[in-house]
Design a protein around this ligand. Structure first.
Ligand SMILES: Cc1ncc(COP(=O)(O)O)c(C=O)c1O
Length: 462
């Protein structure tokens, strides 16, 4: 058992070496020589094994994993039901290519997703390998159906690293700079990032101006009849876990419907139970024409899906969609087990509880430490935006890095987010127990105290 400096017992976290340990350091040296630097990594540890919410490194250190492989293991690392399903499929076949010899699990999963994705209309689903690939397909399908070229996306959005997905992504460094030219017919408008409103307005007196302003975009930037789709994350992921006001998405949806523009919801990060519902669109009461899911869909196996209105999904001709590996049988088996587990264990409800537990603790931190500018998120998709002291809300990027480093050195894996790199985001598995969650939050609290003290500002007096 480990102890924090204040004597608190740490029952899950077990650190045997300084971080990174000698074996991780040796792998880091080899990695530097063998793998390009462009593939960044948030921590300096190398993984040996993982289970539930715990990740053990090659030096035998046990960490609480509140990054979950960037929101991929909502049902926990190596969920037993998922492992069983993968083993069973391994015993049958690993690959045939759905475009050559189709198999039932692909169809079964499509049926499940068609029934789970919000929308009281007939739906169809295509399976692919990654979030970016799913986004690319969603745009292809929207263009094919509408015969229109333009796509509208948002400031602070992240949709992936392939050419079109990167063009839809907002943040320049490190995602776009140097990779120009981008795909054409992509137009960007402000998101409802109320803490840093692009129009310097305040909610609710703003009347959600940013959403209504879409109409103005049709006059000033691109004609509505040229727009195939609006692509939106219901809660910004990489952009800083910004949960928009409740009306934002329904206003966008109404404007889209009036102009025969498709609404594509990117639920790659918000999906699969994370926000307290299977999909965040349910929380906002919208029914997108196309919904993209990935990440936690298959507990770590590479899988993503595009689900949409049947007539829209059928727009591309035979052979226009697909790929060698899309809907791999092992990944389909894993995803079916994930859905079954999520439903049986009611993990979306657990997400809500974890989120509330965080909120209660974070509110107390905010009263005390000016470093915390904003607390936000939805369900278990929660974040702290860190700022330098003063009225200007100057993003505290370096301090955020210090917080994350402290956490890692004390056994908690966390990652950052945000256009300014100053957001600490929580993506712990939804199976994290209350004890484990409190243990992780105590480490985060220690980091906030340590970094706040180094800023040498007086704590706020509650
Ligand atoms: C909202 C969103 N869309 C798309 C992607 C891209 O997914 P992938 O990394 O699987 O290509 C991500 C990845 O973080 C994401 O968060």
């Amino acid at each position: 058992m480990n102890n924090l400096s204040d004597g608190t017992e740490m029952p899950t976290i077990q650190l045997r070496t300084p971080i990174p340990g000698p074996r991780s350091q040796e792998w880091l040296r080899r990695r530097q020589a063998a793998v390009p630097r462009g593939v960044g990594h948030a921590t300096t540890i190398f993984a040996a094994r993982a289970e539930g919410s715990v990740l053990e490194d090659v030096d035998g250190n046990k960490f609480l994993d509140f990054a979950g492989g960037i929101g991929v293991v909502n049902v926990g690392h190596r969920a037993p039901s998922v492992l069983d399903a993968i083993r069973e499929q391994l015993g049958a076949f690993v690959h045939t290519c759905f475009s050559v010899a189709p198999y039932g699990k692909y169809v079964e999963l499509a049926e499940k997703l068609n029934s789970l994705v919000p929308g009281k209309f007939a739906k169809k689903t295509i399976l692919v390998n990654s979030g970016a690939e799913a986004i690319e397909n969603a745009v292809k399908i929207a263009r094919s159906y509408t015969h229109r070229p333009a796509i509208i996306c948002f400031e602070d959005a992240f949709h992936g690293r392939t050419m079109l997905a990167m063009s839809l992504t907002s943040k320049t460094h490190p995602y776009k700079a140097g990779f120009e030219p981008f795909a054409t017919d992509v137009y960007r408008i402000p998101y409802a990032y109320c803490y840093r409103c692009s129009y310097s307005l305040q909610y609710p007196s703003c009347g959600v101006f940013c959403a209504r302003h879409l109409e103005d975009t049709f006059k000033r930037v691109v004609a509505a009849e040229a727009v195939a789709a609006v692509v939106v994350e219901p809660v910004l992921g990489e952009g800083g876990f910004v949960a928009p006001p409740i009306e934002f998405l329904s206003i966008i949806q109404d404007i889209c419907r009036r102009n025969k523009i498709l609404l594509i919801a990117d639920e790659v990060q918000t999906g699969f139970g994370r926000t307290g519902a299977m999909f965040a669109c349910e929380r906002y009461g919208i029914e997108p024409d196309i919904l993209v899911s990935a990440k936690s869909i298959a507990d770590g196996l590479p899988l993503a899906a595009v689900t949409g209105r049947a007539e829209i999904m059928d727009a591309p001709g035979v052979g226009g969609l697909g790929g060698t590996y899309g809907g791999n049988p092992l990944a389909c088996a894993a995803a079916l087990a994930v859905i079954e587990t999520m439903t049986r264990e009611n993990l979306p409800a657990q997400a809500e509880k974890l989120g509330e537990r965080f909120e209660a603790r974070a509110r107390a931190w905010k009263k005390r430490w000016p470093l915390i500018g904003d607390i936000r998120g939805l369900g278990a998709m929660r974040a702290l935006e860190l700022v330098r002291p003063g009225a200007a809300r100057e993003p505290a990027k370096e301090e955020t890095e210090q917080v994350l480093r402290y956490c890692l050195e004390h056994g908690l894996i966390l990652i950052s987010a945000g256009t300014y790199g100053n957001v600490v985001r929580l993506l712990m598995p939804l199976v994290t127990t209350d004890e484990q969650f409190d243990e992780g939050l105590s480490v985060l609290e220690g980091a906030l105290i340590s970094v706040s003290e180094s800023l040498a500002v007086e704590p706020r007096h509650a």
